[in-house]
Ligand binder design. Structure first.
Ligand SMILES: [Zn+2]
Length: 313
């Protein structure tokens, strides 16, 4: 990117819009963050208000960049749901309420900068593959396990989008035909068995302890509580089934696990690695590692989308 006379260098404006909060940053072309800020999404105000906030925050970041002597060159915005990246359209989102919002064009009109729109988990996967745990690896499957489960398949630093903007929905692989009902309406999806929310819910039901969390289940399992161990193990087994399917489809070198559940560290990774190994026949076993960028991955991925958009112009 060009550097203007006397300025502190070019930056891109990056926003990762989640159901509750937005992570935002000014990022240099080398991926280093020069400024970061967070804002509430305020999804309860409705999608139009969220769009206004996104544009206000992006505009504010452009002003901040200029005030600090940087030159903002492009904008990257990552949002959840179904995204038509080619059209720059937020097609559908359960938690933010987007329905066919032309977010890229709105940002271009407001900021006058080239803008890329992407999917939050694919952006996170892109960042982990290029800057985080998958750095130096050509074929990476990033799997985010939190309230739900979703994945990004990244090959040579680019995440597959799918024909309809909905690639990577690994959480809705059927792993237990008679299992619990999933948010998507079907029964037995991976997400309904092994998301952090599902683990907490399952334990709460069986133990009669409302409001239990996956972190508490992990702690109790480590402490040797039998019921917690059963719930944890059945989630790990379901995850191994889902990841084995992922490996059969994608044949990656590394599976990078992100999201809240990975805070369980080796209590998740060690048994999951063994269970996955048991499921490998002729497939090569992928390296199973924890994500390293934490909850900044989506924002850094949005910055990468902006940088890629500049390069491809
Ligand atoms: Zn489902």
């Amino acid at each position: 990117m060009e550097t203007g006379p006397g300025d502190a260098g070019p930056v891109v404006i990056a926003l990762d819009v989640g159901g509750t909060g937005m992570k935002c940053a000014l990022v240099r072309p080398d991926g280093s963050v020069v400024h970061a800020e967070r804002h509430p999404t305020g999804a309860e105000r409705g999608p139009d208000a969220v769009v206004d906030t996104i544009l206000d925050v992006a505009d504010g970041l452009a002003g901040k960049a200029r005030a600090d002597g940087h030159t903002p060159r492009a904008v990257g915005i990552a949002v959840p749901g179904v995204i038509d990246e080619a059209a720059g359209m937020a097609v559908w989102s359960a938690n933010v309420g987007f329905r066919d919002v032309p977010l890229r064009d709105l940002a271009v009109a407001r900021l006058g900068l080239p803008t890329a729109l992407g999917h939050d988990v694919r952006a996170g996967g892109l960042a982990e593959a290029r800057l985080g745990a998958g750095r130096g690896t050509a074929h990476v499957l990033f799997v985010a396990i939190g309230t739900g489960i979703a994945a990004a398949h990244v090959v040579d630093g680019s995440a597959a989008v799918g024909a309809h903007g909905a690639a990577g929905e690994i959480g809705h692989i059927l792993v237990r035909p008679c299992g619990p009902r999933c948010g998507c309406g079907r029964t037995g999806c991976l997400e309904a068995m092994a998301s952090a929310a599902a683990i907490g819910r399952r334990y709460a039901e069986l133990a009669g302890v409302p409001g239990s969390t996956a972190a508490q289940v992990a702690e109790r399992a480590v402490a040797g509580e039998e019921l917690a161990r059963e719930v944890w193990t059945s989630a790990v087994e379901a995850l191994a089934d889902g990841l084995a399917t992922g490996q059969a489809l994608f044949d990656v070198q590394a599976i990078v696990l992100g999201g809240g559940l990975v805070r369980a560290g080796r209590h998740l990774l060690d048994p999951l690695r063994s269970a996955l190994r048991e499921r490998m026949t002729f497939h090569r076993e992928p390296r199973l590692v924890a994500a390293t960028l934490g909850d900044e991955a989506g924002c850094l991925g949005a910055a990468l989308l902006a940088l890629d958009a500049l390069e491809n112009r």
